[in-house]
Design a protein around this ligand. Structure first.
Ligand SMILES: [Fe+2]
Length: 318
């Protein structure tokens, strides 16, 4: 009885067609007007027009009608206006301002990851042929939108809304709330909230099959002169995902990732692994266990934050 899926997101940018076309060339397909997806999951990401770049909608699923009723009640108790029927509830995020829609349902299952043959000491699984990543260097297929990371000066309020009102589960926290990793699926995080001078979309992340796919996807994207690499390839500590962060043609940071920690037994995770007081840059709370470990300034403070803050103010958002 809980939230169980991040179904799709909508991102608003001043140049929606350009961003839409970018993803058509980099691992997604057009499944409807303005809708990007894959055969497994036809609706994953929508691109809308907006005066500034931001997350404009988040679509989640939950197990049952009882979940919808419980979420609607918690929204009312928190003083947040919502509309609902037996199978759906919608509201506006009180901090960031994007739409939130929650339906009874679940994400479409995924075709299992393609298996590449790797050679290792004492185990030769690929002989008399070149590696798959050498033979197949085309853009890997994006499998799913896995998470978004949001920055905000209203950290406590945002974490309270997502965890206590909507029902996200907390997987890990740095310094008791400085940065909070939350999930609705078995992924270690489908949402991370971290500090920012204004409320903004720090990045969105799309999953690909494996580390080779992360490398191939990033390399492929960089052939587009509008794209720049921000940091990668590496493996995060918290969540353990292999990452490569880049900037899309609309100025959004995005991440190709693979191999994230999966939390199926929540009691075991909470008892054995979860900590709410990670700290220190070199330990498990550090950025990466291998690969580049010091994100550039643009990672936490993209240059368009002042214009985003001004646009939010003009739109009456705090
Ligand atoms: Fe990420």
């Amino acid at each position: 009885m809980a939230l169980n899926g991040l179904l799709d997101i909508q991102i608003a940018v001043p140049n929606p067609q350009e961003l839409f076309d970018f993803w058509l060339q980099h691992g997604m397909g057009a499944t409807a007007d303005g809708v990007l997806g894959t055969p497994d999951r036809p609706v994953q990401m929508q691109i809308a027009e907006g005066t500034y770049r931001h997350l404009s909608s988040m679509h989640l699923s939950c197990d049952s009608e009882a979940d919808i009723a419980a979420i609607a009640k918690r929204l009312t108790d928190a003083g947040i206006t919502s509309t609902s029927d037996s199978t759906s509830v919608r509201c506006v995020d009180p901090i960031f301002g994007h739409a939130i829609v929650i339906d009874v349902g679940s994400p479409h299952s995924l075709t299992p990851t393609q298996k590449r043959a790797f050679n290792g000491p004492g185990e030769l699984t690929r002989v008399n042929t070149r590696a798959d990543a050498v033979l197949h260097t085309e853009m890997p297929v994006v499998r799913r939108v896995g998470h978004v990371v949001l920055g905000t000066p209203h950290l406590a309020e945002a974490v309270d809304f997502y965890s206590n009102v909507l029902g996200y589960r907390i997987s890990d926290q740095i310094m008791k709330g400085f940065a909070t990793f939350m999930r609705v699926e078995s992924d270690h995080h489908n949402l991370m909230i971290q500090p920012g001078p204004t409320s903004y979309l720090n990045h969105y992340a799309v999953e690909v099959d494996d580390i080779d796919a992360v490398g191939l996807a990033g390399s492929h994207a960089l052939k587009d002169e509008r794209v720049s690499s921000i940091i990668g390839v590496g493996r995060h500590n918290l969540g353990a995902n292999v990452f490569w962060y880049l900037q899309d043609p609309s100025g959004n940071m995005f991440e190709f990732f693979s191999d994230m920690d999966q939390i199926v037994d929540e009691e075991v995770w909470d008892r054995v692994h979860r900590r709410l007081d990670w700290e220190g840059e070199d330990g498990p709370a550090g950025f990466a266990v291998w690969g580049p470990n010091e994100p550039p300034e643009v990672f936490f403070s993209p240059p368009d934050l002042p214009s985003i803050a001004a646009a939010r103010e003009a739109n009456g958002l705090k």
